[in-house]
Structure formats: structure tokens, C-alpha cells
Design a protein around this ligand. Structure first.
Ligand code: 5GP
Length: 190
């Protein structure tokens, strides 16, 4: 195997469409880039499967893994804990496979300091009102949770400048074209 894979850090407020953008990248470049499955203490949403979207674990188990240094980064977001299992990420990068971490702002800071070669991208909504509309359209959360996520977005959006790149997702195809370009450039495939 040749060179190491590139680590991508992908953040943005809940509902901004970063999951859709990431899924498109993973599908177009299947075999070259994979996403890391995080562990979380949040309850699964309808249709989510353990080991696919997340490893759903108890808070007690999460804390055990924190103490064992099993996470590359971890953070609390909207009352739940999320963490990136370190071993798997290291293995994939070592095999020359690119890895994308879809993580929050606090986690991204930890990754940037531990893995300075990573490429960080923040996805922004065209406006706060549009983000609110998208979050409500999703119908996956209770009103209380929607409000908590909007509150989190207000704190996250001002951090966009900490990232290497910012993508405004007004039009999905245009946003994807930008992401694709960044990916090809960062991996030397352009
Ligand atoms: P959700 O509950 O909507 O799936 O995710 C909530 C937030 O947690 C999102 O901003 C998502 O990017 C972030 N997140 C998911 N997995 C991780 C992780 O492993 N570490 C960190 N720091 N954030 C994560």
C-alpha cells in the first residue's frame, strides 16, 4: 500500500444537509473513502441500526471507553455523548483509505490538535431561518429537541471560521460540486 489516507473532519449544524453531502461523497468514491461509525449515548432514531449509523451504548459504557482512551475525540452535544473510536480510524488511514468524521465543533478542535494533517470542512445553511425550516421538515425530533438543536446551531455557526473550508448549502448540487472539488484536491486526485 502507498501513502496514508487523508482524514476529513466534517461539521455543521444539525439539519444543514451535511449527512446528505457526506453520503454522496462516500457513494461516488466508494472504496477510497469511508466514514467512521461513532459511539453515542443518544437513543436510535427510527430506521437507525446499531453499528451502521452509530454504536448505541450506555453512558456507563461510554465513560469506560473514555477512561480507556478508546476515543480519538469525544464530546457532549444536546445532552448526549458522542465519540470517535480511535483504532478503526488509524487502521483505515494506515491502509491508505480516506476517512471522514462527521463530528461537532468541540470534537473537531480535538481532532485538529491531535491530527494536524486533517482537512476540516464546515457546512453552513443559507440562513438561520432556512435551517429551522429544514429541521422541522425532518419530523424526527420532538419540539424540545428541535429547539435544543437550534440553540446549538447558534453556538456552532460562529465557529465556521476555525475550519479549513466553508461550504454554504443553498443548492445541494452546487454544494456537492464544491465538496467533491475539495476532496479531489486534498487527496491529490484532482
Ligand atoms: P445526531 O444526534 O443528529 O446524529 O448528531 C448530533 C451531532 O453530533 C452532530 O453535529 C454530529 O455531527 C455530532 N457527532 C456525531 N458523532 C460524533 C462524534 O463521534 N464525535 C463528536 N464530537 N460529535 C459527533
Amino acid at each position: 500500500m502507498g501513502s496514508r489516507g487523508v482524514l476529513f473532519v466534517f461539521s455543521g449544524p444539525s439539519g444543514v444537509g451535511k449527512g446528505t453531502l457526506k453520503a454522496r461523497l462516500l457513494s461516488e468514491f466508494a472504496g477510497q473513502i469511508v466514514d467512521s461509525v461513532s459511539a453515542t449515548t443518544r437513543a436510535p432514531r427510527e430506521g437507525e441500526q446499531d453499528g451502521r449509523e452509530y454504536f448505541f451504548i450506555t453512558r456507563q459504557e461510554f465513560m469506560r471507553r473514555v477512561e480507556n482512551n478508546e476515543f480519538l475525540e469525544h464530546a457532549e452535544y444536546s445532552g448526549n455523548c458522542y465519540g470517535t473510536p480511535q483504532k478503526n480510524v488509524e487502521r483505515l488511514l494506515g491502509e491508505g483509505i480516506d476517512v471522514v468524521l462527521e463530528i461537532d465543533v468541540q470534537g473537531a478542535r480535538q481532532v485538529r490538535s491531535r491530527m494536524p494533517g486533517c482537512v476540516s470542512i464546515f457546512v453552513l445553511p443559507p440562513s438561520f431561518e432556512e435551517l429551522e425550516h429544514r429541521l422541522r421538515e425532518r419530523h424526527t425530533e420532538t419540539e424540545e429537541k428541535v429547539l435544543a438543536r437550534l440553540d446549538a446551531a447558534k453556538r456552532e455557526i460562529p465557529c465556521a471560521g476555525e475550519y479549513d473550508y466553508q461550504i454554504v448549502n443553498s443548492d445541494l448540487d452546487a454544494a456537492y460540486a464544491q465538496l467533491r472539488g475539495l476532496y479531489l484536491k486534498a487527496t491529490g486526485r484532482a
